[in-house]
Design a protein around this ligand. Structure first.
Ligand SMILES: Nc1ncnc2c1ncn2[C@@H]1O[C@H](COP(=O)(O)OP(=O)(O)OP(=O)(O)O)[C@@H](O)[C@H]1O
Ligand SMILES: [Mg+2]
Length: 362
């Protein structure tokens, strides 16, 4: 098995698109690592460059002890599951799974024995004679995984392997993948643009934007201490409240409220106060140190509700603030609500970068 180390990795496509831009990244041996970022940020290109399906324009790729930057894909010991699975429609499940071994010139009997073994591990034993068109989406996904596993690679690269599954299958597949990775202990890079999936599955994760890494850390670190406004607004199933702020003698002023300053001493620059809707306590009675607003929208999230309040007054236009409230605590639209940040949960950004609040290590 092997870790992955990328240094100054750059990929330019013809036509002047720089899809990966001088990227440095270390992925530990045996880690389940998620690569997260918006569409077009370079996730697939990065995986393909690690696999050797694209040639790096600059920089290096190391897998384990070896510099593989110029090594062809077949000799990198990498198993990849593609965004669209890319199964061969005319081949049976058995032949699909055995394909990487055929490329490696493993004999017919041996490769079918190996394919049968992997298929059994993934619960595909009874489907070996079928073709991909005769399988459910979840089964196809497992065939793609089995094909990636068949040659027992050192590294798994999974490009949005769950994106074609419906919500329920997706949850099952998440658990299945996570368990499989634990059992095999193979270094796995998992690409997703779904932040909830990355948070739920990864040991560590990187948030990408425009071919660069914005932050690397554990899911808890990235969730609690987003390094900048981009990460702060990208992570979280209900987006973080991010309000223009101003330091005063009393504290910090944001959304018409005066609140405890998350980073006393920081007074200059362009300040943004950030607090997640989950970390605001709603009250129908007036409270000090809280946002005050009129309830504009109440959205049911299942066991909780997301309440949007408008902090505007007759004398000034208001910011919208989102608050998560518990079951049975939903306020009526049009009524007043006070939303108080829990102590220690607010963040402060200066010129886009995190400068205060929850800076302790997690
Ligand atoms: N073969 C190609 N030729 C030229 N440009 C490309 C090629 N493949 C990708 N790109 C461009 O490179 C950038 C990164 O694309 P990439 O497919 O790596 O993004 P991604 O993060 O995987 O996006 P998605 O979440 O939509 O899959 C995009 O601007 C894309 O248009
Ligand atoms: Mg992609």
């Amino acid at each position: 098995m092997a870790g992955i180390a990328l240094r100054g990795l750059t990929k330019d496509y013809p036509g002047g698109v720089r899809a990966v831009d001088g990227l440095d990244l270390d992925i530990a041996d045996g880690a389940f690592f998620a690569l997260l970022g918006p569409s077009g940020c370079g996730k697939t290109t990065l995986l393909r460059t690690v696999a050797g399906l694209e040639t790096a324009s600059a920089g290096t790729v190391r897998i384990g002890d070896a510099d593989v930057t110029r090594v062809p894909p077949g000799r990198r010991d990498v198993g990849m599951v593609f965004q669209d699975y890319a199964l061969f429609p005319h081949m049976t499940v058995a032949d699909n799974i055995a394909y990487p071994l055929r490329i490696k010139k493993v004999g017919r009997d041996e490769r079918h024995a190996a394919a049968g073994e992997v298929a059994a591990e993934l619960g595909l034993g009874t489907l070996l004679a079928r073709r991909p068109g005769e399988l459910s989406g979840g089964q196809q996904q497992r065939v793609a995984l089995a094909r990636a596993m068949a040659a027992r690679p050192k590294v798994f690269l999974l490009d949005e392997p769950l994106s074609n599954l419906d919500a329920r299958l997706r949850l099952e597949a998440r658990t299945f993948l996570k368990r499989l990775q634990r059992e095999l202990g193979v270094t796995t890079v998992f690409v997703t643009h779904d932040q909830a999936e990355a948070l739920a599955m990864a040991d560590r994760m990187a948030v990408m934007r425009d071919g660069r890494v914005e932050q690397v850390g554990t899911p808890a670190e990235v969730f609690r201490r987003p390094a900048n406004l981009f990460v702060a607004s990208f992570i979280g199933s209900t987006p973080m409240n991010l309000l223009p702020a101003r330091a005063t003698a009393e504290g910090i002023e944001a959304g018409g409220a005066v609140l405890p300053h998350p980073a006393p001493g920081v007074t200059d620059g362009e300040l943004v106060y950030g607090v997640r809707p989950e970390y605001l306590d709603g009250s129908t009675e007036p409270v000090e140190g809280a946002f005050e607003g009129r309830v504009a929208v109440v959205e049911n999230l299942g066991s909780t509700s997301l309440v949007t309040i408008d902090t505007g007054r007759s004398d000034r236009a208001g910011e919208l603030v989102h608050v998560v409230v518990g079951e049975g605590e939903e306020p009526e639209p049009g009524t007043s609500l006070w939303a108080r940040p829990r102590p220690g949960r607010a963040l402060l950004f200066r010129d886009g970068e995190l400068v205060g609040g929850r800076l302790e290590k997690t």
